[in-house]
Write a protein that binds this ligand. Structure first.
Ligand SMILES: C[S@@+](CC[C@H](N)C(=O)[O-])C[C@H]1O[C@@H](n2cnc3c(N)ncnc32)[C@H](O)[C@@H]1O
Length: 258
């Protein structure tokens, strides 16, 4: 017997409510993970801050791709001479939190609800720094490469592109990387067994890390003259990379050690 349209509307509504519940649970878990510094946000954003202090121009324009709740970005940027902030994320719930976190930032703030790959394909506004924290790895290799091309084009040959992303050891495959994560259970006491299992399921479905060589190579192929790993997380699951063009960052000349 076929269901009435009211039945299907009820099913659709309960599906939507179910997936919203799931998303909210995952968001709460992610915020707890950040709070317990299990993904090394303190170190990563400390390093990003150092780069901005050293290399970003005065009143720099900052693009936060997949900003999430922007809590770590907001804490970092609050005391800096930032000129403009744009955050992009698909999740309205995250953007609502981001608006609260970024309130009081000493510059214009804009939050856009959009797919970042699509947004970057047609990006044509001036920007000095593009930052991606823990999000580019959701794309397949071709999508990552395209995003890097779009970032380089958006920076217009100047500026700084920084990413913090999961990374495979050379010769390691994704299955072995996922298995390495499972071994971290004892260090992740801030989350329940159920939350850890849901994190593993999410990673199995959505996380596609690259080796260091491939991350750096994609940046070079995108047209950045320089690509460098600048941090490895103590648990060795992820790394921070920066990409730029020689002689285009103030104080950074070809052949210098910056
Ligand atoms: C793990 S959180 C990262 C948040 C923050 N950048 C950080 O450093 O912790 C990943 C974020 O990426 C967003 N996201 C995933 N895929 C996206 C896409 N294609 N376009 C826009 N946002 C996306 C999710 O909504 C989520 O807020």
């Amino acid at each position: 017997m076929g269901g009435s349209s009211n039945d299907s509307m009820l099913v659709a509504a309960s599906d939507a409510a179910g997936s919203q519940d799931m998303f909210n649970r995952e968001l709460q878990t992610y915020r707890r993970i950040m709070g317990a510094n299990l993904m090394f946000h303190r170190e990563v954003y400390g390093i990003l801050r150092g780069l901005l202090v050293e290399h970003a121009p005065a009143s720099f324009r900052f693009l936060d791709i997949a900003c999430g709740d922007a809590s770590a970005s907001a804490a970092m940027l609050r005391t800096m001479a930032i000129g403009n902030y744009v955050g992009i994320d698909l999740s309205k719930a995250c953007l609502r939190l981001a608006a609260q976190e970024l309130d009081g930032l000493p510059c214009p703030v804009e939050l856009r609800c959009s797919d970042f790959a699509q947004a970057m394909e047609k990006w044509c506004e001036p920007v000095d720094v593009i930052w991606i924290g823990m999000s580019l790895h959701h794309l397949p290799a071709a999508g990552k490469a395209q995003l890097m091309h779009d970032a380089r084009r958006a920076l217009g040959g100047t500026g700084l592109f920084v990413i913090s992303e999961p990374a495979l050891f050379e010769e390691e495959d994704r299955t072995a990387w996922l298995a390495r994560f499972s071994l971290l259970r004892h260090e992740w006491s801030a989350v329940s067994d159920e939350e850890f299992a849901s994190m593993e399921r999410h990673m199995l479905l959505a996380d596609f890390p690259e080796t260091v060589t491939r991350w750096l190579g994609m940046g070079e192929d995108a047209g950045f003259s320089h690509a460098e790993e600048i941090f490895m997380m103590p648990n060795k699951m992820g790394r921070v990379f920066r990409f730029w063009n020689w002689a285009r960052i103030p104080g950074c000349e070809a052949g210098s050690s910056c």
